[in-house]
Every structure is written in structure tokens, then in C-alpha cells.
Design a binder for this molecule. Structure first.
Ligand code: MG
Length: 265
């Protein structure tokens, strides 16, 4: 099933999302994303694209993998890493589908990075590579790992470059039917800027598989239900300008659209 989180009567609600005649609708409320039981049906179903969407996740942490596609590592002139390269984005960087990414004045180059993101389904600590990871995966969503590329180089570490408010757009939905096997077999990840295709990758080309990533991460960090794992971006990253719209699509899951604007005063 697919679900979203949206603003309703000044608060936040979880919504069941269903396709009807080629369009996505919020058809019912969910009491929680963990009980996959629809609550009360909406008297008037709401078009997903007309809803005020919030990030469909409330993670304790957002853990990200850098350079997990060979072609992307090479395009920035970097070596292919021998081990997964991890970093964090703060939960304060989350932004819903349709939200506006604010480009900080202190950066002269802000890049998009379209990514498949995994929503963790249970507490995971010290997982081994051979274990069945399916129970650990609650679902999949779409993310844009927005990056101030110049600050990433200047700072030497990535906290500021990856961590500005609004630099982690996520959504519009979580799809709980995407399996670990499907991700291993290959799910297409595409990014368009103002409608023009810029990234077209497949999760079949991960340098480190999802089982390898979960084992590597949880050797150090306990993952909690609802935590978000951004799995890396394929080749084709590039800068955005004020006024651009970036659309990241994960096949079968959905398309995350955000506009980019100058920093607010
Ligand atoms: Mg990234």
C-alpha cells in the first residue's frame, strides 16, 4: 500500500493513497503508518497533488550513503570507495513534496541528487550480511539529497553542505510493497530538471547492496523504526538555479517535485 502525511485542520494526518482512473487520491486516514489498517474513509477523497504534503516519515535520523554508484563517484573525480561512505542529514532538513527548497546565500552551487530512500521497519543493531533484511524494510520513498557542492569541498566534511533547512525533500508517499529483492533486481531512479531528464539509474548498480549497507551501518549505529536511509545517487548530478523545478522519480513509487528559491530574509 501507499500512504502519505498531510496537513489537515492545522494538524498532521496520515493518509492512505490509492490510484483511481490514473490519478492518485488520499482516500482514508491511517491511525498510524505502522498498522496497515485504514481508518475512517475521507468523506471527500483528496487529490494527492492538491494536498499540502508533509514528509511521510518522522525519523530519529537520516543516514545517507555517498558514492554508491560507480558512475557518480567518477563524475565528481572521486575514487570508488572501498567501504560504504556514510553521512547524516539532520531531521530539520526534511521537506515535503511540493515544498520550496531554499538556496542559501553562502553557497554558489546547489546540486540535486535523486535517490531511493528506505524507511526502516524495526530496530536493527549489528545485523549480519547473510540475514534476511526484508523484515527491516517498512517501505520505500523518494528523496532529493540536496547538496551545497562548493561547501562540501570547502568544509572537508559534509554536515553543513548536506544539512541546510529544506535540503532533504522526501515523498510524496511511502510504498510498503517494494521488496528488498526488487531493489536488488533494480528499481529505476530518474531526475528531471524543468522536465529535462538529467539522471537515469538503477538500484541494480549499487556499489554496496542493501544487505551490505545495513550490516555496515548497524555495526556502528542502531537504526530505529521510521529512520530513513538514502541509498546514494546515480550519475548526472548538477546545479539548480532559482526558479527551477526538480522532479525525482522512483519507478512504481512516485515522483517528488520541489521548486528552488532564494533564501528567505
Ligand atoms: Mg547523495
Amino acid at each position: 500500500m501507499k500512504y502519505c502525511r498531510f496537513e489537515e485542520d492545522g494538524g498532521a494526518a496520515w493518509g492512505l493513497v490509492e490510484e483511481r482512473a490514473g490519478e492518485m487520491w488520499i482516500t482514508a486516514r491511517l491511525d498510524s503508518p505502522w498498522k496497515q489498517m485504514p481508518g475512517a474513509a475521507l468523506a471527500d477523497p483528496l487529490r494527492l497533488r492538491e494536498a499540502r504534503l508533509l514528509p511521510p516519515v518522522t525519523p530519529t535520523k537520516i543516514i545517507c550513503v555517498g558514492r554508491n554508484y560507480r558512475d557518480h563517484a567518477k563524475e565528481l573525480g572521486n575514487e570508488v570507495p572501498a567501504e560504504p561512505l556514510l553521512f547524516l542529514k539532520p531531521p530539520s532538513s526534511l521537506l515535503g513534496a511540493g515544498g520550496v527548497v531554499r538556496m542559501p546565500k553562502v553557497s554558489a552551487r546547489v546540486d540535486y541528487e535523486g535517490e531511493l530512500a528506505v524507511v526502516i521497519g524495526r530496530r536493527i543493531r549489528r545485523m549480519s550480511v547473510g540475514e534476511d533484511i526484508q523484515p527491516c524494510i517498512h517501505g520505500v520513498t523518494v528523496a532529493n539529497d540536496v547538496t551545497a557542492r562548493d561547501l562540501q569541498k570547502k568544509d572537508g566534511q559534509w554536515t553543513r553542505a548536506k544539512g541546510f533547512d529544506s535540503f532533504c525533500p522526501v515523498g510524496p508517499v511511502v510504498d510498503t510493497d517494494v521488496t528488498a529483492a526488487a531493489i536488488a533486481a533494480g528499481v529505476a531512479v530518474e531526475t528531471r530538471v524543468n522536465g529535462e531528464l538529467r539522471q537515469h539509474g538503477s538500484t541494480a548498480d549499487f556499489l554496496f547492496s542493501l544487505p551490505e549497507l545495513l550490516a555496515y551501518i548497524t555495526a556502528a549505529i542502531t537504526l530505529e523504526p521510521g529512520d530513513l536511509l538514502l541509498t546514494g545517487t546515480p550519475a548526472g548530478v548538477g546545479p539548480v538555479n532559482v526558479g527551477d523545478e526538480v522532479a525525482v522519480s522512483v519507478a512504481g513509487v512516485g515522483t517528488l517535485r520541489n521548486s528552488f528559491a532564494a533564501e528567505e530574509k
